[in-house]
Design a protein around this ligand. Structure first.
Ligand code: TZP
Ligand code: MG
Length: 205
């Protein structure tokens, strides 16, 4: 599968997003057909240190077995121990050009929420962009104002060749709008982690 296609159904998750064992949630999400996974152990209730690494190892192994991309959020220290396929960062994290020199062969993803952030970003150093929050979300406490699918259209217009995923408030009901606006994929947390039936939620996305 070409790279952009591997971003089609992109689950982001950490133990703090789960009401049960994250290993079970990821197992079911893989069964449902996710193509990429981001280990985002962050925010209130998240694991740190050895416990974070230990969970990351289990989730990494699942992704390896099922040929699902495994990306770590932000934490560049985890990239090598987890043999991650890549790393995703936001505007306040490590600079992507610095990341690129640290990890010449890894996938690098960058979140961008507005025109100013996009202009100030070294897009040539990244492999894909995450645009949002597209819709309102309560999953990330410091999430910015929703930017709508118009932002997806705009990023695609400015960088037609850069693979793009939407993020923020995406559900089985609105995912099609994100794709229709030009995104290569949808990245979701609660649409999957809070679903009563994870397998079905992923299938319907
Ligand atoms: N970055 C921007 S919004 C968001 C992140 C990590 C949270 C997305 O969570 P949900 O539950 O899919 O809205
Ligand atoms: Mg960040």
């Amino acid at each position: 599968m070409e790279f952009a296609g591997r971003l089609r159904k992109y689950l982001i998750m950490g133990s703090q997003n789960c009401t049960r064992d994250p290993v079970d949630v990821l197992t079911e999400a893989i069964q449902g057909g996710i193509t990429a996974f981001q280990f985002r152990e962050k925010g209130p209730g998240s694991l740190e240190g050895e416990a974070k690494l230990a969970l990351g190892e289990k989730l990494r192994q699942l992704c390896r077995t099922h040929n699902v991309l495994f990306i770590v959020n932000d934490d560049s220290v985890l990239v090598d121990p987890l043999e991650a396929d890549g790393i995703h960062v936001g505007q306040d994290d490590v600079d992507v050009e610095e990341l690129r020199s640290l990890f010449p062969e890894k996938i690098i993803g960058l979140s961008i929420s507005n025109e100013e952030e996009l202009k100030g970003s070294a897009v040539a150093s990244v492999d894909y962009l995450g645009a949002g929050p597209v819709f309102g979300t309560s999953t990330k406490i410091d999430a910015k104002e929703p930017v709508g699918v118009e932002w997806i259209e705009r990023v695609k217009q400015l960088h037609p060749d850069v693979p793009l995923v939407g993020i923020g408030g995406i559900s089985v009901n609105n995912a099609h709008e994100v794709i229709a606006a030009g995104a290569d994929g949808v990245s979701v947390i609660s649409a999957v982690t809070a679903a009563e039936n994870v397998v079905e939620a992923v299938q319907r996305l």
